[in-house]
Write a protein that binds this ligand. Structure first.
Ligand code: ZN
Length: 432
């Protein structure tokens, strides 16, 4: 028997009604049950009965990571504590962690959404899913496992262990799906190549989350491992965790589960919607979340909507890959640059590896200089390095409209980590 986690009926026709009902429920629920939200909504002059159409979303106030910090340890909480069955937290780089609470219904909804992801990735119940992301307070490990069990495939919860154990499980358990960060997937792919394991494993798909990565990096992983598909999975602790959407087999952005949340793409400065297809900040409003609902939560993640229908036929809307954080955006000679734009340029140049660093510094005459260090894929001659460096510099100039120096490095010299890699190093003196 084939069970589907996609909604019944016509999503395109039903979505506006589902979203309006969810929005009305969320605003009433927040107003009735959360002192934080009640005062926020009162301050914005919005009573729940004022929400009559989806257009009224614009009247609602924003929430931010700061609200999560201030509400520690149970921020945004809109249910009595006895209804909370679990918490998760993401690491705060500064100060307190962001803690999010879940009711049993929240956990169930998350499992259903995640099962839908596995379904869209084309898994069946005979698949074996090796989970290489972190467990514990993180949403990652538990999320991948919860969704896998709800879907009915076999979970192999290895966690972020060393490559030795992963290689062994890939062989012995005959895992067909590998779930990890992009850096970890690359590390594993290189290890599989080094040990000559490709013929001994049965890997078909990789699901990568929690980290922005370039097309070049994916191609490299695909090339070495021979997997059929690599899927990007968006995930945010505040919004359940990973599994709120997934790429389809066309790999042009992620379909997202718009029956669970509304996604707005706004200009991070003006907080007005950007024109369809332009880059802006993802702002999310949940439609069913009980314990820690979100109203217009500013994620700081940058992406754009992909307004055209997807060739795969899935009716859920799509957003592009994450193009960085609005916090990671840096200003270089008066141009706003997102690291994702540099990824994009590098991924178009043949022969380049997926690892790179951007170094920003200031010369004595006060001019800012950008140096991009990037690894070449193969051993090569110095002449060819010069040509490659020039090609990259001219593409950066053409596409991002700034001048950069480019240094080509030998393959493997930049640091690899199992967690997120730091790409941008700003050595410029702080502004007064
Ligand atoms: Zn699609």
């Amino acid at each position: 028997m084939r069970v589907s986690f996609m909604p019944q009926g016509s999503v395109r026709e039903d979505l506006p009604r589902i979203q309006l009902q969810g929005l009305q429920w969320t605003v009433s629920h927040c107003y009735e049950n959360s002192p934080f939200y009640r005062s926020l909504l009162d301050a914005a002059g919005v009573k729940p009965d004022r929400v009559r159409s989806l257009e009224d979303l614009k009247r609602l106030p924003f929430t931010t990571a700061q609200d999560l910090k201030e509400g520690y340890p149970f921020p945004l909480c809109a249910v009595p504590h006895e209804k909370i069955v679990r918490i998760h937290a993401s690491s705060g780089t500064t100060g307190k962690r962001k803690v999010l609470a879940y009711t049993q219904k929240d956990v169930n909804d998350w499992a259903d959404m995640f099962a839908r992801c596995y379904e869209m990735a084309g898994l069946t119940r005979t698949d074996r899913v090796q989970i290489a992301v972190g467990y514990g307070l993180w949403t990652a490990g538990v999320g991948f496992q919860l969704g896998c069990e709800r879907f009915g495939a076999m979970a192999i919860p290895v966690g972020p262990a060393n490559v030795e154990i992963h290689c062994q499980m890939l062989q012995d358990m005959e895992s067909t799906v590998f779930c990890s960060t992009a850096s970890m997937a690359l590390l594993m792919a290189e290890e599989i190549e080094r040990r000559g394991l490709r013929k001994d494993i049965r890997l078909e798909k990789v699901i990568m989350g929690a980290e922005r990565h370039s097309r070049r990096m994916r191609e490299r992983i695909r090339e070495i491992t021979g997997v059929e598909h690599i899927f990007d999975i968006p995930g945010l602790t505040e919004l359940y965790g990973p599994g709120t959407g997934l790429e389809c087999v066309h790999h042009e952005g992620s379909h997202y589960w718009a029956d669970y949340y509304i996604l707005e793409i706004l200009d991070p400065d003006t907080l007005e919607p950007v024109p369809p297809g332009e880059i802006g900040e993802m702002v999310v409003t949940t439609l069913r979340k009980e314990a820690a609902p979100l109203i217009r939560y500013r994620t700081r993640d940058l992406t754009r909507l992909l307004p055209d229908p997807c060739p795969c036929g899935n009716p859920f809307p799509r957003h592009d890959h994450l193009l960085g954080r609005s916090d990671d955006m840096f200003i270089f000679r008066a141009v706003n640059i997102y690291p994702g734009q540099i990824d994009h340029v590098l991924s178009q140049v043949p022969g380049m590896g997926s690892e790179y660093q951007v170094h920003l510094s200031r010369r004595e005459d006060g001019r800012d200089v950008m140096l991009i260090k990037v690894e070449r894929l193969w051993e090569d001659a110095p002449d060819r390095d010069r040509a490659l460096a020039e090609m990259i510099a001219s593409e950066i100039r053409r596409q991002i409209l700034v001048r950069a120096q480019v240094e080509i490095l030998e393959y493997g010299v930049l640091p690899r980590t199992e967690r997120k890699s730091k790409r941008v190093f700003d050595h410029r003196p702080m502004q007064d």
